[in-house]
Design a protein around this ligand. Structure first.
Ligand code: NDP
Length: 252
């Protein structure tokens, strides 16, 4: 274990699998105390056990990020148990590509509820803590997970891409607002990462596209993204990487 993040209190959403889980593990290995949030309590408990086994410190908080009140409670729990949050990896999300003509309104709503409203609920619950921590310790971090889909055009991804374009632009705007208070805001835009994300896709065309992409290239691993997040938050206080795009080498 290193100590680059010693004394820091991190919150990771979507920590029960994929990018969030790997990042929670990575931040803990750098010395941060880490609160892990998602709905599946058993997965969070396993992760906390693993982090503690490795000499780290972690707290499992089962919470649905579409529930703003539950998130505010979670923020208070983190403050009481680990200390004031000074690092938020705002990462929970879902990707459900499908042709717009199929009018999959439930899938549209699900993506908007989680990727937009859930992300905002999390910001609402934790930003006061980040600002207070930055005033106290000189720096805090808000890192939002967007996607290359915020920039590039993929047919069938209109609503998902819209939610991620929201995340990217929101992050740039918040950076101007919160940077003045020593809260660094960053957005990370990964290309394809092999996680549970693809397992929720139901559209046959999108599944075939993913299948093809799997044969054509080695996808990123969650650990690759975790490394990038760890790099961002370990910078000196005056250095703020605004945006990081991380792609599989062969993904155009
Ligand atoms: P996973 O499906 O592995 O992880 C999603 C996480 O979000 C899980 O921990 C899940 O846990 C959690 N989650 C889902 N719904 C809720 C909810 N209502 N409340 C709280 N937590 C919730 O996918 P990834 O790790 O790939 O995704 C993480 C982020 O990365 C997402 O924002 C995604 O859009 C983005 N991304 C992913 C890419 C990829 O190719 N994989 C590429 C670019 C961006 P639980 O079900 O236990 O609640």
């Amino acid at each position: 274990a290193t100590t680059a993040l010693a004394g820091r209190v991190a919150v990771v959403t979507g920590a029960s699998s994929g990018i969030g889980e790997a990042t929670a593990r990575r931040l803990a290995a750098s010395g941060a105390r880490v609160a892990v949030l998602a709905r599946r309590a058993d997965r969070l408990e396993n992760l906390v056990g693993e982090i503690e086994q490795a000499g780290g410190s972690a707290l499992a908080l089962p919470v649905d990020v579409t529930d703003a009140a539950a998130l505010r409670d979670a923020a208070e729990r983190v403050a009481a148990v680990l200390g004031t949050t000074d690092l938020l990896f705002n990462n929970a999300g879902v990707m459900l590509p499908a042709p717009v003509e199929e009018v999959p309104v439930e899938q549209w709503q699900h993506q908007i509820d989680l990727n937009v409203t859930g992300l905002m609920n999390t910001i609402g619950a934790f930003v006061p803590h980040l600002v207070a921590a930055a005033a106290d310790r000189g720096v805090a971090d808000l890192v939002n997970t967007s996607s290359i889909a915020a920039q590039n055009i993929f047919p069938s991804f209109a609503v998902y891409s819209g939610t991620k374009a929201y995340v990217t632009h929101l992050s740039r705007t918040l950076r101007a607002e919160l940077g003045a208070k020593d809260v660094r805001v960053s957005v990370i835009e990964p290309g394809i990462v092999g996680t549970e994300l693809q397992g929720h896709v139901t559209d046959a065309g999108a599944l075939a596209w993913l299948d093809g992409a799997k044969k054509e290239m080695t996808w990123l691993a969650s650990e690759d993204v975790a490394e990038a997040v760890n790099f961002l938050v370990a910078q000196p206080a005056h250095v703020n990487f605004q945006q990081i795009t991380i792609m599989p080498t062969r993904q155009p």
